[in-house]
Ligand binder design. Structure first.
Ligand code: ATP
Ligand code: MG
Length: 402
């Protein structure tokens, strides 16, 4: 922590952040959304145009430049993207559009807490859809809904979409995506059938009507404490799962709220100017680093899902400086690198016990330990994080890891 709610990213955490970012990017690209990069610093005028400058309150960090012009560090980017849109898109023929970025936001949270889970500066994927009419906007919304299910599932999480209020951003169709974790900020009540869902099994064609998938993923009961009413809960006690959850994403459809306020119109097929229908969609990329840890740990430390682990393999030299151990380790490390397997090589002069404990704590999916006894017998020790140790030859270990 560099300042309250403001973090530096050190090597291991930064690798995880980049892995998460890349999964988010790939899933966004798969929907046909296009990546852009908007400034973090925004002019106050655009927010005065939308009418949110005064409403947003103290969470917005306001800045004055040397010419006494009002600037702010963007807490979200609806105004900027609407401005980009109105300056560059004029015809319904150029719709739909969906633009995303993965970038830093600043919100001066009253209570920054739980580390990167609620920071003041945080890394977010935000995107914005533009459609000619409500029906097409609903399809854009559904695309994001379904794509979010896949995105979180690829990180080893079980996302639960929940009907949400749309808060300061405003609007009428909105879902929050929650993942279960004991330390989550909100209490979650849901049908226990949620625990058996598998979003990776979904077959998705983004050109098709996605409403059936959305309907299926919203029919099971799920609510956070502010919505849940124990008196009127549709689930009987035996099938009600009660736990805690972390909000890792939020999607909104808000129609013409910003396009009307800011004059973002396109000409329709009759040549008439109409305000564009918009939605906005966020994923808390830096919050996910914390959320994934909270959802995946045991008494020895983190248990990273392979897709986001900082390295796939932790290679431990149990007797650094011993020629035989060094040779086996260095060859294995080089072979892993050559095969494109990300490996962390612990060659420090530390006791074996310390190395094992720290490797468990870091939580890489695979561990390989090379010690003098094994090397003499032609073996190394391999284990999956949380699994059993096995003694096999270095070649077999390599084959298993590639
Ligand atoms: P929250 O209710 O947790 O404050 P929000 O509704 O203000 O979230 P959005 O504006 O919808 O959040 O932002 C999209 C996503 O960005 C959220 O779902 C969350 O994952 C993440 N996020 C929001 N605020 C923070 C924060 N202070 N630190 C880290 N991530 C955040
Ligand atoms: Mg908030």
């Amino acid at each position: 922590q560099t300042a309250a709610g403001i973090y530096s990213w050190l090597p291991l955490g930064y690798r995880v952040l980049k892995k998460i970012e890349q999964i988010v990017r790939e899933e966004m690209d798969a929907t046909g959304a296009q990546e852009i990069l908007m400034p973090t610093i925004q002019p106050a005028e655009l927010w005065q145009e939308s009418g949110r400058y005064d409403d947003y309150g103290k969470e917005m960090l306001r800045i004055t430049d040397r010419h006494e012009r009002g600037l702010l560090y963007g807490p979200t980017h609806e105004e900027i993207v609407t401005d980009i849109f109105r300056n560059s898109v004029k015809s319904y023929r150029d719709l739909p559009q969906n633009l995303y970025q993965i970038h830093w936001k600043f919100r001066d949270e009253v209570r920054p807490r739980f580390g990167v889970m609620r920071g003041r500066e945080f890394f977010m994927k935000d995107n914005y859809s533009f459609d000619i009419d409500a029906e097409s906007a609903r399809h854009s919304y559904n695309k994001m809904f379904v794509s979010y299910l896949r995105t979180y599932a690829r990180m080893g999480l079980k996302p639960i979409p929940m009907q949400a209020d749309s808060g300061a951003i405003g609007g009428d169709m909105s879902h929050e995506f929650i993942v279960l974790a004991n330390t989550g900020e909100s209490a979650v009540y849901c049908d226990s059938a949620w625990l058996d869902t598998d979003a990776l099994a979904l077959e998705i064609d983004f050109e098709n009507d996605l409403q059936p998938i959305v309907d299926k993923w919203t029919e099971l009961y799920a609510a956070t404490d502010d919505k849940h009413d124990p008196e009127n809960c549709p689930i009987d006690a035996a099938n009600l799962f009660t736990g805690r959850g972390i909000e890792v994403g939020h999607i909104f459809y808000f129609g013409t709220k910003y396009s009307v306020a800011m004059g973002a119109t396109v000409s329709d097929d009759q040549g008439k100017d109409v305000p564009v229908e918009m939605g906005s969609y966020g994923i808390g990329v830096s919050r996910l680093v914390g959320a994934i840890i909270e959802a995946n740990y045991d008494e020895n430390g983190i248990v990273w899902p392979e897709s986001v682990a900082p390295f796939k393999v932790g290679l431990m030299n149990l007797r650094s400086g011993d020629d035989a151990c060094d040779t086996v380790c260095e060859k294995l490390y080089a072979d892993l690198n050559k095969a494109g397997v990300e490996a962390l090589y612990d060659e420090r002069d530390e006791r074996a016990g310390v190395k094992f404990a720290e490797m468990d704590l870091i939580g890489l999916p695979w561990q390989v330990a090379v010690g003098p006894r094994g090397v003499k017998a032609g073996t190394v020790e391999i284990k999956r994080r949380g699994g059993e140790r096995e003694e096999i030859s270095a070649e077999s270990a390599l084959a298993r890891l590639v």
